[in-house]
Design a protein around this ligand. Structure first.
Ligand SMILES: *Cc1c(COP(=O)(O)O)cnc(C)c1O
Length: 429
């Protein structure tokens, strides 16, 4: 029963476009109206009608310690009582920066902002300011927030003018951004070595483990190529680790791949469930930012003390011995038996996992780049989403998203989820 939710949603819908403040929350095409949350605790969320759901969205990966983690909540309450915002520096910014810098050898200095969108947007501005060049390369299916110049259509080539992928963005704004196929070394090499590109390239930005077409890790060869070519062309390599930073391990994806990017973007987990994000890198690059340098960047709530406190607590908790190993083991309660099942019964589906993030893809045996998403069985995904939702499990409401397991997930709930998924495949394959 979702009567109360329905009533409140209708009210919201009349005063907020689509009833939501970020489009994916609408559960469009999956549910007649979305879930509306009353509260959360550990791995559970409770809706307005009192239905509870085991949550695998985890605020899109931000909540690696689950909902209302007692350590974080206590510290945040104490901090809030001391003042919630000053627009003046507090020592907490230094504490969180120190924690991040100690985990990421590529980062010598940090700057904090309030959202991942701001982090990537500012990192690109910095890269352009530092190199004195304009062209930026991103990859199809990678998401870097919604700054104008990132919203560019796929398949741009040197000879084509880039087209924006959202209304409200003049093509002029995206004309320096090019979107190339992910994990395609040949296409990348061909593109950057064009005479019209190679001297004008400011930066390459990439999700080293894509999380926004579902979980799709980059190949080592692909990332190595991005590293060596950007170095050669005196352009900056930006790792967007807004999801993977403190998710796939303390050192992020760059530690797993042993690659040193010039700049790294953070978000989600570093805010501990509050709006904090940031970007960092080598001192000579970071010092190009105002007030030291000529690249302007600012924010009223940047480095907000309550958000910094939450981030400090979140990272400190993640530094406990065995934290990431234990999360991965928990995640495998769901993923391992599925892989075995798909193989045994030759079901056209697959699971792609890195640590505690994974996606169950329908209709494909492997996803390497955006092209593969054309084979997704979206009808089956919908059936699956609704099947789980009706039985008290909330997964990210799109086939193109990652599921996140947190330390708040109990073995019992993971096993229940696993049982229901197997039951689904018994009934529908
Ligand atoms: C979520 C996300 C962003 C944008 O962060 P917001 O806080 O939503 O603005 C950027 N890059 C990646 C890889 C993300 O997953």
């Amino acid at each position: 029963m979702r009567n109360k939710t329905k009533k409140i949603f209708e009210k919201l819908d009349s005063i907020i476009p689509g009833g939501v403040n970020s489009p994916a929350r609408a559960c469009k095409g999956l549910l007649p109206f979305p879930i509306i949350v009353k509260k959360g605790k550990g791995d559970l969320i409770v809706d307005l009608d009192g239905n509870s759901y085991i949550d695998y969205c985890g605020s899109w990966g931000a909540l690696i310690h689950g909902h209302a983690n007692p350590t974080i909540v206590k510290a945040v309450q104490k901090r809030a009582a001391l003042g919630t915002s000053f627009g003046i520096t507090t020592p907490l910014e230094g504490e969180l920066a120190r924690l991040i810098i100690d985990c990421f050898p590529s980062v010598e200095k940090m700057r904090f902002v309030s959202s991942g969108t701001e982090a990537t947007m500012s990192a690109v501005r910095l890269a352009r300011g530092y190199t004195g060049k304009d062209i930026v390369i991103k990859f199809v299916g990678n998401y870097h927030g919604h700054a104008d110049f990132f919203l560019v259509q796929a398949g741009s080539s040197v000879s084509q003018l880039s087209q924006s992928s959202s209304a409200g963005i003049p093509n002029d704004i995206v004309k320096h951004t090019f979107s190339l196929p992910y994990n395609d070394v040949k296409a990348f090499l061909h593109f950057v070595n064009d005479k019209n590109i190679k001297d004008r390239l400011a930066a390459v930005i990439v999700e080293p483990i894509a999380g926004n077409i579902g979980v799709v890790p980059a190949s080592q060869d692909f990332l190595n190529t991005l590293r060596s070519e950007t170095k050669r062309l005196k352009a900056l390599l930006i790792f967007d680790e807004v999801i993977t930073g403190f998710r796939v391990g303390l050192g992020g994806a760059q530690a797993l791949y042993k690659i040193t990017p010039d700049l790294t973007c953070f978000g989600k987990i570093i805010g501990g469930g509050f709006p904090a994000a940031g970007f960092g890198g080598r001192t000579d690059i970071m010092d190009t930012l105002a007030p030291l340098g000529t690249v302007y960047q600012a924010g009223t709530l940047s480095g907000n003390p309550v958000a910094m406190e939450a981030g400090i607590q979140a990272i400190t908790l993640a530094q406990k011995n065995g934290f990431y190993q234990s999360l991965e083991k928990k995640t495998e309660i769901i993923t391992k038996p599925l892989q075995a099942l798909f193989k045994k019964r030759n079901i056209p589906a697959c699971v792609q996992q890195v640590g505690s993030m994974f996606t169950l893809f329908f209709g494909v045996k492997e996803v390497r780049h955006f092209e593969d998403t054309k084979k997704f069985d979206l009808d089956q995904f919908k059936r699956f989403f609704v099947y789980l939702f009706d039985r008290g499990i909330y997964i990210p409401p799109s086939q193109y998203e990652a599921w996140f397991v947190s330390s708040g997930h109990t073995k019992q709930h993971l096993e229940k989820t696993h049982d229901l998924i197997l039951q689904f495949f018994d009934e529908y394959s």
